[in-house]
Structures are given as C-alpha cells and as structure tokens.
Design a protein around this ligand. Structure first.
Ligand SMILES: NC(=O)c1ccc[n+]([C@@H]2O[C@H](COP(=O)([O-])OP(=O)(O)OC[C@H]3O[C@@H](n4cnc5c(N)ncnc54)[C@H](O)[C@@H]3O)[C@@H](O)[C@H]2O)c1
Length: 246
C-alpha cells in the first residue's frame, strides 16, 4: 500500500477548499486543513468522520506568528510535507479610484504575502519529502482585467503565476514541483459576492455559458498535486471557460 501523502491545504473552509479537502481524503491523504474560519470545517470533519485523516488548524495567513505556530504544530506530528495547496484568497469589489490603501494592502496580505510566508515556512518540510508539490490558486484575472474586482485582486493572481515559475526553477533540484491553477468564475461563496447584475453579465460573457464547478477545479488541483508527470513544473493550468488561451 502507498504511504499516505501529507497535504497542507489553505482556505479549506471555502467553496473550492472543501471540495479539494474531500478529494484529498478520498485519495487516502492526511490533510492539515488551514483556514481563519474553522467552525464549518470542524463540523464537516466531524459529520464525515474524517478525524483520522484531517487535522484542522486555525491560521490567519496575514499573521506571520500564526504561520510559525502552524508549522510548529505540523512538525510535532510529521517530519515532512508532500503537498502545499495555497488556496486561501479574498476579493474586493472596488474599482481603482475607490480602492483605499488599507483595502489594497489587505488583498496583498492574504493572496500574496500570506502565500509567500507559508510557502517559505514550509519549504524545509517540502524539501524533506523529496517529491514536494506546491499548487497556487491563481485566477483568469491574472491574464485578463477583471473589472468586477479591485485591481489588487488581479495583481496578486498574476504575481502568483510569477511565484509559481520562480519556485519551480529555484526548487527543481529539491524534487519540488510547482503549479498554478487559473479558474474563471467558479460556483462558490466568492462568486456570490458579485451583485445579481454582475453575475448575469459574467455568465453572458462566458463562452462556456455556465459557471465552473468547484469539483472541476479540485480535479486540476489533485492532478497537479498527485498525478502530474515529474518532468512538468512551473505550468499554469487554465480553466476559464474558453475566455482566453496562453
Ligand atoms: N470562486 C471563483 O470564482 C474563483 C475564480 C478564480 C480563482 N479563485 C480563487 O480560488 C481560491 C478559493 O476561492 P473560493 O471561491 O473557494 O473562495 P471562498 O471565499 O469560498 O474561500 C476562501 C477561503 O479562504 C479563507 N481565508 C480568507 N482569508 C484568509 C486568511 N487571512 N487566512 C486564512 N484563510 C483565509 C476564507 O475563510 C475562505 O474559507 C481563492 O484563492 C480565489 O481567489 C476563485
């Protein structure tokens, strides 16, 4: 029998996070499920009877001390980590003129700096895996202006594609592979923060004609994390409903 993979999944309480969590558990992984809001997650784990497979850790990725505590907790049980999925993210709906510095900084703090800090902190444990995988949740906003979101959102998602390539090159010799997933609009609570008019317009503009399901994103996350050929690294997998190709 294969040794279970040790997976750290951020934003595990969210729409894409919960579906990824279930998919990893079904594949026999041990998951450290990280989020700043853990009440729903704890209930889910209890209802599904996943206590053996999932450890829930409350972490606010805006706080370096929380990330240090998380890494300490992981290190008490595991001597390595196989997979890190940087899925936590936030969006603000303001245009440039009304985006305050505070709001700009908050989006950067979660989506970009939080990803940088947790990845840096977990690098020694990923290195010890000898086959570490990092999967970053970017967005189609990285490659196409997303005018229903603040400019900070697309800026962070484009930066994640850069970091994906940077870490792919920097840590290739450690056996670490790094990927980004760039979805278009996905049926999750984040999409629901659009007002009804924006939602209709988004759907009308989407050649696919429907929202992307979180299960479709999760299948790409698992492919990148568990199944992708060893020779591949640094790629961004686009699932944007036929909006653009690169
Ligand atoms: N839903 C979409 O249409 C869509 C499209 C493209 C990309 N994405 C990306 O996919 C990822 C997941 O999105 P989702 O739709 O599941 O969103 P979601 O809002 O349902 O979930 C995001 C999760 O991140 C957590 N989180 C937020 N700030 C945090 C912090 N400081 N520390 C720890 N956890 C924090 C939230 O509590 C939440 O559980 C995000 O990075 C998002 O940008 C989403």
């Amino acid at each position: 029998m294969d040794i279970p993979k040790i997976v750290v999944l951020t934003g595990a309480s969210g729409g894409i996070g919960q579906v990824c969590l279930e998919a990893f558990v079904r594949r026999g992984c041990r998951v450290i499920a990280v989020d700043m809001n853990i009440e729903t997650l704890e209930r889910l784990v209890w209802e599904k009877g996943w206590e053996e497979s999932v450890e829930v850790v409350r972490t606010d990725l805006r706080r370096e001390s929380d990330i240090d505590d998380l890494v300490r907790v992981i290190g008490e049980t595991w001597d390595h980590v196989d997979v890190l999925v940087n899925n936590a993210g936030i969006v603000k709906r303001t245009p440039t003129d009304t985006t305050s510095l505070e709001e700009w900084n908050e989006v950067l703090a979660v989506n970009l700096t939080g990803t940088f800090l947790i990845t840096k902190a977990l690098h020694p444990l990923l290195q010890r895996s000898k086959q570490g995988r990092i999967v970053n949740l970017s967005s189609r906003a990285a490659g196409r202006p997303h005018l229903n979101a603040s400019p900070a959102y697309g800026a962070t998602k484009a930066a994640l594609i850069y970091l994906t390539r940077h870490w792919a090159a920097e840590w290739a010799r450690d056996g670490i592979r790094c990927f980004a997933i760039a979805p278009g609009p996905v049926r999750t609570p984040m999409f629901d923060t659009l007002d009804p008019l924006q939602r209709d317009k988004t759907l009308q503009d989407l050649p696919l004609g429907r929202l992307i399901e979180p299960e479709e994103v999760a299948s790409l996350v698992l492919y990148a994390a568990l199944d992708c050929p060893e020779v591949m690294t640094g790629q961004t997998f686009h699932c944007n409903g036929a909006t653009y190709w690169t």
